[in-house]
Design a protein around this ligand. Structure first.
Ligand code: SAJ
Length: 441
């Protein structure tokens, strides 16, 4: 099968790099987004997200004429749907007193509907958006059936999850293994042929529902593993143990790999996807539910820590919050636990000045950010590190001490060396380490 024209619906963190990579490999790609400012920006050749290397690939794709952008799908050999599947904002599900978030499939639904007028016999349609199990068969296929073409007979239909790590998307798109779930074996084969354009990792064919489940299993496993690390941090504080050292030692075991505790789990993937299992089968997912709860409560644990460091009251205290992104070295603020921490501190009466170097002019409700690091740290009671951005990790405590009135620092991500910070004159409080040491010898 030969694919010459591709239409990609949704030009966000996944759709845009995917569209640009196909274009760089010679396909004629038309990208579609419903957000007019995204379309305008890309038509002017400017990407709207921060992802290393992406601007260069998009520049080249646009210059070669292989990448065009608009708000409407066009006829093509293949369609990729890469739109978000967020939560419903005002609605929760409930099972035996456990409240859980519900998936909002409206973007998947409307992107699928948008394909209807241009769907032709012999086309390939691929859903990439992370979706609850059976979405391809029970939601996408019935919508496409309105075209009077039958999925699996007149056109191919697949689910293929993206698995790329923000910050490394361009490399991982090419190198990672790719799972292609077809609603028929022929659909999976067609999907393989499309992605083989650039994927160097293994390409594995399976059925659509298995591929959907694989994706949610991956992110759920990571969520549960981070939850246990966060719980270990709480336990270590109780027992007067440095959790980071304990994890390092436990990880010397050849079959143990404990992840890092932190201020919580954010982003649009790991804090979202496990809910798809809980929603679909709450009676079978109590561990997954509890892990979500532990990670969602972690910002409160950080607030308790900050409060203890500042004499048990935050009223009138000023705190310089370093980092608002959901993880190191990205500009993505979605579902960020750092933002949650800031909001909770404000509720307790603290005055927060925040600095996010990757999104210095972000407008966040109720949060004052500034593009000037020095003014954030100058007059403040404490410096609170919320994201392990490289530039924060590399801060020199001695030179910092000369620029700030703060003598209290709180590190939630194990970025700062206690000896260095303490000899520079800071009382350093670390997540997972009891601030009033209990002797264990
Ligand atoms: N985090 C911790 N401790 C850790 C690792 C991460 O607290 O040891 C936190 C991060 O700070 C962040 C959150 O977890 O708030 C998620 O970060 P992440 O780097 O684990 O994952 P994402 O959301 O950026 O990307 C994940 C990846 N999935 C896995 O690693 C299993 C990626 O491969 C997926 O493509 C992506 O989700 C997605 O789109 O689903």
């Amino acid at each position: 099968m030969k694919f010459e024209k591709l239409c990609v619906l949704g030009l966000g963190y996944i759709g845009l790099p995917t569209a640009a990579t196909f274009a760089a490999h010679g396909l004629k790609v038309h990208g579609v987004d419903v957000n007019p400012s995204v379309v305008e920006s890309l038509q002017a050749g400017k990407i709207h997200i921060h992802e290393p290397g992406l601007q260069g690939v998009v520049d080249e794709a646009v210059r070669s004429g292989n990448l065009t952008v608009s708000n409407q799908p066009v006829e093509a050999d293949a369609f990729i749907i890469a739109v978000p599947t967020p939560f419903r904002p005002d609605e929760l599900g409930e099972y035996h007193g456990r409240k859980f978030k519900l998936a909002d499939l409206s973007a998947v639904t409307s992107a699928t509907e948008a394909i209807l007028p241009v769907l032709r016999k012999g086309n390939l349609v691929i859903l990439e958006s992370t979706s609850p199990p059976r979405t391809t068969i029970e939601r996408v296929a019935p919508i496409l059936a309105r075209s009077h073409l039958q999925a699996g007979i007149d056109f191919y239909l697949c689910y293929s999850p993206e698995r790329v790590l923000p910050g490394q998307i361009l490399r991982e798109l090419v190198d990672n293994a790719r799972v292609i779930g077809g609603i028929t074996p022929e659909s999976a084969r067609a999907g393989r042929e499309l992605y083989a354009t650039f994927v160097k990792g293994e390409i594995v064919e399976t059925d659509a529902t298995t591929a959907e489940m694989v994706k949610i299993m991956e992110n759920t496993t990571r969520d549960v593993n981070i939850a246990i690390a966060n719980e270990f941090a709480r336990l270590a504080e109780k027992f007067g143990v440095d959790v980071w050292e304990a994890i390092r030692l436990a990880n010397l075991h050849p079959r143990i790999n404990i992840l890092n505790p932190g201020p919580g789990v954010g982003g649009h993937c790991i804090s979202v996807d496990p809910w798809f299992f809980v929603e679909a089968a709450p009676e079978l997912s109590s561990l997954i539910y509890q892990a979500r709860k532990v990670n969602d409560q972690q910002p409160n644990f950080v607030v308790r820590k900050v409060k203890a460091a500042l004499g048990n009251s935050l009223k009138g205290k000023s705190v310089a919050a370093l980092g608002l992104a959901y993880k190191p070295d990205v500009d993505d603020l979605r579902e960020s636990p750092a933002i949650e921490v800031v909001h909770l501190l404000q509720k307790e009466g603290a005055q927060i000045k925040a600095w996010e170097p990757f999104a210095p002019s972000a407008h966040l409700e109720g949060i004052t950010t500034t593009s000037d690091f020095d003014s954030v740290i100058k007059d403040t009671d404490a410096i609170l590190l919320l994201v392990n951005h490289s530039q924060f990790r590399n801060l020199n405590p001695v030179s910092l001490a000369s620029k700030t009135t703060a003598r209290i620092a709180i590190d939630t991500v194990n970025a700062w060396d206690p000896t260095d910070w303490e000899s520079a004159g800071f009382a350093l409080h670390r997540l997972g380490v009891n601030s009033s040491p209990i002797s264990n010898f």
